[in-house]
Design a protein. Structure first.
Length: 365
């Protein structure tokens, strides 16, 4: 009986060592001792219980064989590797091999957010290309959808800068017509668009100048043209005085420091007449006509200008003006006269006052 049990046990061991009966293999592995026949009497079914650690009867072993003989070998189903989900942790401990890009990808789901991590940790990260194991980094929160920026308001187009010839009362021509039309357009009545700058047009100019914070002198110069916002070109003329000759070398005592003479119907200082004549002749050869707008002024005329605009930048104090001394001339900007004067006036002893491109004197004042 014992030899049969031993033989059967060897067969069972071989079977158990295969992959067919893992439970039986485990049960046999629990039995380190060689089974012996129990001293207990045979059981009613004729079987004897094996002693030792096996604890199985022959009938029990047969039953195991029947139950597990056809047991298939266990199959291992590979499980897909789990993907790390973006973390919402407020801190992160740097590990070996980490970079800000890797950390942003693993914890925020977007490697491009590495800059956010760097911004939060500049107190300990001096070089965003280098992080060290053991660093504990503050982490940004979840990304929020960007709110599209409101479209920029369209910029207001720059107002055009105007330019044109110097116009005073008495001026006639196309430039005056364009001035009158512009004044009407802006709501300042010039008394009609007839090309004659009479009292009504001069009054409209003064009202416009006052509305723009300019000197309300009725003279249309560079600052007034700029505010008018139009560029004007065209002929301008002034009526010559019929009672007196246009040019005369006869000296006139005007009560100033020097006598005056007439040029183009205007009075200028006798001391500058020769220089003026030479400059006019040179300009004429170049096809430029130099026309006088204003020359000598009386003290009363200068005082009236000062009272209207007591600003020494634009009006000389009475008693100090070169016009009172007869040494200054204001020129009309006719067909490029100002640009010619700017290039050539110093050859004849005349110098420009920079604030007023029409004003020339012996000392530039």
């Amino acid at each position: 009986m014992a030899s049969n049990i031993a033989n059967n046990r060897n067969s069972f061991s071989s079977l158990a060592n295969s992959n067919r009966c893992p439970q039986l293999r485990q049960r046999l592995a629990d039995s380190a001792a060689t089974p012996t026949v129990s001293s207990r009497p045979p059981q009613a079914d004729g079987s004897s219980e094996l002693s030792g650690r096996v604890g199985l009867t022959l009938e029990g072993i047969k039953d195991l064989l029947k139950r597990y003989w056809n047991e298939p070998a266990p199959q291992t189903t590979p499980q897909p590797a789990s993907q790390p989900a973006p973390s919402s942790a407020s801190s992160y401990s740097v590990r070996q091999g980490d970079s800000l890009w890797k950390i942003a990808t693993a914890t925020l789901g977007n490697g491009a957010r590495w800059k956010e991590i760097w911004e939060l940790n500049k107190d300990q990260i001096t070089d965003p290309n280098r992080v060290f194991p053991g660093m504990v980094l503050k982490m940004p929160g979840a990304a929020t959808p960007e709110t599209p920026a409101a479209p920029a308001a369209p910029s207001k187009p720059a107002e055009p800068e105007g330019s044109g010839p110097l116009l005073k009362t008495g001026a006639k021509g196309d430039a005056v017509k364009k001035l009158q039309a512009r004044l009407e357009e802006l709501g300042f009545d010039p008394g009609g668009v007839d090309g004659n700058m009479g009292p009504n047009t001069a009054t409209a100019v003064k009202k416009f100048q006052a509305s723009k914070g300019l000197e309300a002198d009725g003279i249309v110069g560079p600052n007034t043209w700029k505010q008018l916002g139009i560029r004007v070109e065209g002929s301008v003329s002034y009526p010559a005085a019929s009672a007196t000759p246009s040019n005369s070398s006869a000296q006139i005592d005007v009560g100033g420091p020097q006598p005056a003479v007439r040029r183009q119907g205007k009075l200028i200082g006798a001391n500058i007449a020769q220089k003026f004549d030479a400059m006019v002749a040179a300009a004429k050869k170049d096809g430029v006509n130099l026309q006088i707008v204003s020359g000598y002024r009386t003290h009363a005329e200068q005082q009236a200008l000062w009272n209207a605009n007591p600003n020494p930048k634009f009006v000389a104090r009475p008693g100090t003006s070169n016009h009172e001394k007869g040494n200054a001339i204001d020129f009309l900007d006719s067909a490029g006269a100002w640009s010619w004067l700017k290039r050539n006036s110093t050859r004849f002893g005349f110098h420009n006052y920079p604030v007023e491109p029409w004003h020339y004197s012996l000392n530039g004042g």
